[in-house]
Ligand binder design. Structure first.
Ligand code: HEC
Length: 138
């Protein structure tokens, strides 16, 4: 008699975990591109704009990729902490902040406001850190 693990991850769960991780990576890659432009001292609008657009596109999708059962109990490899589901209101709020700051950065970039870029990047980076400190394992 075979017993399936009580928490065996379904394909939908596996897909959500893989997708959210890949999307965070993509968001981070684009955020790094903008940070590199800032460090250069003369940020190129042509690099900053598409990267900011991509971050703003991804940001609102992330919160949907944490369905029930897609936490550490699934046995899948992840850095997502169980607190995401036990303190979901805080997690949802931080996702709203993410969307807001990503949209603000995108607006600054779209306007070609390279002087305002640093502030918008700092605001967004602060939200990344706040959420990681609370909900992401090292
Ligand atoms: C609302 C919470 C939250 C916010 C905001 C957030 N993250 Fe994350 N991030 C997570 C969680 C949770 C994980 C772990 C996901 C997993 O392993 O399933 C993660 C994982 C990552 C990873 C690792 C992906 C991998 O598996 O290789 C990177 C890179 C990352 N985030 C970058 C960022 C950046 C950059 C920002 C801001 C622009 C950001 N995150 C904002 C919660 C957040």
């Amino acid at each position: 008699l075979t017993t399936l693990a009580a928490n065996a991850a379904t394909p939908a769960i596996e897909n959500a975990v893989k997708t959210r991780q890949a999307s965070y990576k993509l968001m981070a890659k684009n955020f790094k591109a903008i940070n590199d432009e800032l460090k250069s001292g003369s940020p190129q609008v042509g690099v900053v704009q598409p990267a900011a657009r991509e971050i703003a596109r991804i940001a609102p999708l992330q919160v949907k990729l944490f369905p029930a059962g897609s936490g550490p109990e699934s046995g899948l490899k992840m850095e997502a902490k169980a607190e995401i589901w036990t303190d979901n209101a805080t997690f949802v709020k931080l996702n709203q902040d993410l969307v807001q700051k990503a949209n603000a950065l995108n607006a600054v970039a779209a306007a070609g406001d390279m002087a305002g870029l640093g502030g918008a990047v700092k605001d967004l980076g602060g939200v990344c850190k706040q959420c990681h400190d609370r909900f992401k394992a090292e």
